[in-house]
Design a binder for this molecule. Structure first.
Ligand SMILES: NC(=O)c1ccc[n+]([C@@H]2O[C@H](COP(=O)([O-])OP(=O)(O)OC[C@H]3O[C@@H](n4cnc5c(N)ncnc54)[C@H](OP(=O)(O)O)[C@@H]3O)[C@@H](O)[C@H]2O)c1
Length: 236
């Protein structure tokens, strides 16, 4: 894939890791980062915009700043926080936590796909890569638990597949992909790192590197797929 401009949504562990990797590429002209908080970066190619992904106006401002071909990477996600803890059992599930998980983990990518349609013409090539998680795979679920997170990521995967089918017909230059980064040393995974086998906890830098490698190898036929950090396909 040939992108000179990038949009990164969310500036957490993986968002910041992938930004640093993108900036290593001399051909990259601009990276706009949308975050709820204010940030600064020494590289003049980086522009931070403060705002919420569910605000169409914020997204219109961000997309007005980039040219195609470009790649939009959604790195926002919620596993714990906001009075939410991943559930150990069915009895732990609360409606508010489930709906909040869907809002952050599922709706954010749907809002981005809609904003891409509204702000780019069909002749402009735009790729949308959304950070999903292997635990959102229905076929791979043997352990159970984490119901809200799993449900919201499985719904994200279905949204991506559904958008890909529509875009194949209406916007063949657009690509949309779900991506699993592996287990990465960030605030999101921090409380659960105890059970990670040695060598399987990636640094933010490694995670950014793997993500950019997969993005660089994306082709039109990959639209609607669920990729892992090593480029392999994950069962839906
Ligand atoms: N770390 C892992 O091991 C791992 C494994 C599998 C999948 N993932 C997925 O990878 C993505 C990135 O995760 P990460 O590890 O980088 O996590 P992180 O460091 O916690 O960053 C996640 C970002 O999501 C945004 N966010 C969090 N809660 C939000 C809320 N309630 N409303 C709106 N935005 C919210 C924040 O962006 P701003 O504050 O900048 O707006 C935050 O910086 C997530 O989708 C996650 O599910 C991570």
């Amino acid at each position: 894939m040939d992108a000179r401009d990038y949009v990164i949504v969310g500036y957490g562990g993986i968002g910041s890791g992938v930004l640093e990797q993108i900036l290593q590429c001399a051909e990259v002209e601009k990276v706009v980062v949308l975050s709820r908080s204010a940030h600064r970066h020494a590289d003049a190619r980086v522009q931070f915009r403060q705002g919420d992904v569910s605000c169409a106006e914020s997204l219109a401002h961000v997309f007005a700043e980039v040219s195609s071909p470009c790649c939009v990477i959604n790195t926002i996600g919620l596993l714990h926080g906001d009075n939410i803890l991943p559930e150990k059992r069915l009895a732990d599930v609360r409606k508010e936590a489930l709906l909040r998980s869907i809002e952050v983990n599922t709706y954010s990518t749907i809002a981005l796909a809609q904003a891409i349609e509204q702000n780019f013409s069909r002749k402009q090539a735009v790729s949308l890569v959304a950070l999903s998680a292997r635990v959102g795979s229905i076929g791979d679920n043997r352990l159970g638990g984490w119901l809200s997170y799993r449900v919201s990521k499985a719904a994200l995967n279905m949204a991506i597949r559904t958008v890909s089918v529509e875009w194949r017909r209406t916007r063949p230059l657009n690509v949309v992909v779900a991506y699993h980064p592996g287990t990465v040393d960030t605030g999101l995974s921090q409380p659960f790192q105890g059970s990670v086998p040695e060598g399987k906890l990636f640094s933010r830098e490694q995670a950014g590197n793997y993500l950019l490698d997969v993005i660089n190898q994306l082709e039109a036929d990959d639209s609607g797929s669920f990729k892992a950090w090593d480029g392999s396909d994950i069962a839906w």
